[in-house]
Design a protein around this ligand. Structure first.
Ligand code: MBD
Ligand code: FE
Length: 285
């Protein structure tokens, strides 16, 4: 727990409600698709329903199971866990399809805990609490275009703390803790100072946790750094970077690890860890 105060304990309902509110205010999900032709909605909705009918017939799903599903779906909404559910079990395929044309860096899913417009870092250092737990991490790298041109772009970085909690979603953590925007210079070089995040367990006390327990799955994601990397005239890259040797790189519940996203941490004499990870962005077509 991040705090000792009972009303400040991280709960699935708390994180879920925050993620749902965030999605409602930051995105205009319905505006973005208002011009989709009927034919496409018809085709997509019908195919999804057909695959449900196939599963019901194949496994002779009972009324008891149907009603359990109905109760669970209602509960996911009440817990505010639709963003979590979708980003954990669906987004990775949407991301694959959306970025398969790219020649630059591989990306991966955004997940439910991004907050736009993080303040600029001061002295290349992410905001953190006094005595923030975790191994100090220094990251010096470069942003270029696919043709090698340096890009004076920016890196938005957000990640969990040493206990796996995200500011603005778990309670008791200062706003913007472990979230910041870093700017590259005219050579495309950027420098970041932060701490190494811990492996992350998705909330187990809500409906997603109920599904995980009922199915005998586990709730773990490997430790990860989230980034959005952008530069004028280039496609936005959303990615996560992972640490070699994390046991959950092989069995990430969100299926968002790719070999190209593994870091090369080098232990330093002062106890910190240094990483390099360059970004190559695709020009906008
Ligand atoms: C996370 O931190 C995350 O990155 C994803 C994809 C899902 C749940 C929590
Ligand atoms: Fe995350």
């Amino acid at each position: 727990m991040t705090t000792t105060n009972d009303s400040q304990v991280a709960t699935a309902a708390g994180s879920g409600a925050s993620a749902t509110d965030r999605f409602r205010t930051d995105k205009s999900p319905y505006d973005a698709v208002k011009d989709v032709p009927k034919e496409r909605v018809d085709e997509l909705a019908r195919e999804v329903l057909d695959s449900i009918y196939d599963t019901i017939r194949k496994h002779k799903v009972t009324y008891a199971e149907y009603n359990a599903l109905k109760a669970w779906l209602i509960q996911v909404g009440q817990d505010g866990e639709w963003p979590l559910f979708l980003d954990v079990w669906v987004e990775h395929v949407v991301e694959d399809v959306a970025t398969e044309h790219r020649k630059g860096n591989k990306g991966t899913i955004e997940g439910p805990y991004y907050v736009p417009n993080a303040p600029d870092a001061v002295d290349n250092t992410i905001p953190m609490r006094d005595g923030e737990n975790g191994t100090p991490l220094t990251w010096k790298s470069t942003i270029t275009s696919v043709d090698g041109t340096p890009l004076q772009g920016k890196v938005e970085l957000w990640h969990a703390d040493n206990e796996g909690f995200y500011s603005q979603f778990a309670p008791g953590i200062p706003e913007w803790n472990l979230r910041a925007t870093f700017h590259a210079d005219e050579h495309g070089n950027f420098e970041i100072h932060t701490i190494q995040p811990a492996p992350y367990q998705i909330p187990t006390d809500g409906s997603c946790g109920k599904l995980i327990a009922a199915a005998g799955w586990h709730a773990w994601r490997p430790a990860h750094l989230h980034v959005k990397v952008s530069a004028p005239g280039h496609e936005l890259l959303t990615a996560q970077l992972y640490f070699p040797g994390d046991p959950h790189n092989e069995d990430d519940i969100a299926d968002a690890v790719k070999p190209e996203l593994l870091l090369d941490p080098k232990q330093q004499d002062d106890g910190s860890v240094a990483i390099t990870y360059n970004f190559v962005l695709d020009p906008q077509s």
